[in-house]
Ligand binder design. Structure first.
Ligand SMILES: Cc1cc2nc3c(=O)[nH]c(=O)nc-3n(C[C@H](O)[C@H](O)[C@H](O)COP(=O)(O)O)c2cc1C
Length: 381
């Protein structure tokens, strides 16, 4: 579109330049046009409006041909695009006469086209159309809606495409060093896994996250590279040797009772040089949340679910109900006495006391050997 001076005095380019700083998702608004021909247009101006009654809106240009057909249909579907649907987005933003050629879809309950592989769809009846400047505000009343698949949404920003990713506070530079260390630990992890039928993992603390750097014996390779929140009691082996202020943050929103129990365990971890994770029901829920993160991606919904489950686990943990250990962790110290890596035996199968003791001794030896290999030392000396 050519540049012109707006009635406010600045150029239309400036208006677009500034408003392009506001990112939007992208959807395709579709309807069944005259003579049974599906129509659609790419829209960034979609928004939810009201929950009760359920209303949504989008803003088509007054001269949109697709909208002329949508208005006649008096109903429309909103198709929310995933990050791998840029081609569909561009096709429906074009002035091509048959945008649906080669595009697969099915009809909604109201008869509007639902495109294949979208993130979500919202099936609407057209409620009202309000003229505003050179655009229209089209309000739809939502008859039904659903999520179709788990994937990152397509995001439009400064005239280009991207995808959503969760914020990370990880210092990437440290990561390379941690990865080398985890490689060094691999023979030990493999031995542990083979000898005791456990999953053996190495992880590092980076900012407010625990990064999984190696994982031996798991079916799911996607667990490597996973970033998990450093929230009590998760990551106890790191918290034990951390500074007061880091530990305080780790305690998070837990109440005094939980903190007291955790403080005792931190002291015990420092004395004995290892930590045990009890096999509570809530721990199994955490494991399934972690699997969901690994397969579905680190999206806010899955991260929130994990946070909630860690909080519930903390309560169960603090209640000190007896449970056999599900996991054991030991620290690997660097030359400043910081925990550079944690080695963990996870998903421990049922084993007798003597075998458990041997498993723990082997893990402790692995931690000590690795600490020596990198000329590290525990702060206690
Ligand atoms: C990412 C993106 C977002 C868009 N958002 C809107 C919008 O909110 N409203 C609009 O009228 N056009 C929007 N467009 C442009 C329309 O998709 C395009 O002008 C329209 O499909 C033209 O075809 P038509 O005349 O068949 O409607 C957008 C285009 C892109 C690429």
């Amino acid at each position: 579109m050519s540049e012109f001076a707006t009635s406010a005095g600045y150029g239309s380019g400036h208006f677009r330049h500034v408003l392009g700083r506001y990112p939007t998702g992208v959807c395709i608004v579709t309807a069944m046009g005259p003579a049974g021909r599906p129509v659609g247009m790419t829209v960034g101006s979609f928004t939810s409006v009201s929950l009760d009654p359920p209303l949504v809106a989008f803003l088509p240009a007054k001269n949109s041909r697709a909208f002329a057909a949508i208005a006649k249909a008096e109903r429309f579907a909103v198709n929310v695009l995933a990050d791998d649907q840029v081609a569909v987005c561009q096709r429906f933003a074009s002035r091509e006469s048959d945008k649906f050629r080669g595009v697969s879809w099915r009809a909604s309950v109201l008869g509007s086209p639902l495109l294949t592989d979208v993130l979500a769809w919202i099936d609407c009846r057209l409620d009202k159309v309000i003229e505003v400047g050179d655009h229209l505000v089209v309000v739809g009343s939502v008859e039904s809606l659903d999520v179709e698949r788990v994937a990152p949404p397509l995001v439009f920003f400064q005239g280009g495409y991207g995808r959503f990713s969760a914020l990370s506070t990880v210092a990437e530079a440290d990561l390379a060093a941690c990865l080398r260390l985890a490689e060094l630990a691999r023979p030990n992890l493999e031995r542990m896994s083979a000898n005791f039928g456990v999953q053996a993992a190495a992880s590092a603390l980076a900012g407010e996250q625990v990064i999984q750097l190696a994982w031996v014996g798991a079916e799911d390779a996607a667990l490597v590279g996973l970033r998990l929140p450093f929230v009590a009691p998760f990551g106890l082996v790191f918290a034990a040797w951390e500074t007061e202020s880091v530990r305080d943050k780790w305690f998070g929103r837990h109440d005094a009772t939980v903190r007291e129990v955790l403080s005792e365990d931190l002291g015990r971890a420092r004395d004995q040089g290892w930590t045990a994770i009890p096999d509570h029901g809530k721990l199994r829920e955490i494991e399934s949340s972690i699997a969901r993160l690994a397969t579905g991606g680190p999206f806010p919904e899955a991260i929130r679910e994990l946070d909630t489950r860690i909080a519930a686990f903390a309560q169960e943990y603090a209640a000190r109900s007896s449970a056999r250990p599900r996991g054991l962790s030991v620290p690997v110290f660097d030359d400043t006495g910081r925990v550079a890596l944690s080695l963990t035996a996870q998903r421990l199968p049922a084993m007798d006391r003597e075998r458990l003791e041997r498993c723990r001794a082997e893990l402790v030896t692995a931690g000590t050997e690795l600490t020596a290999a990198i000329r590290g030392a525990s702060p206690a000396g």
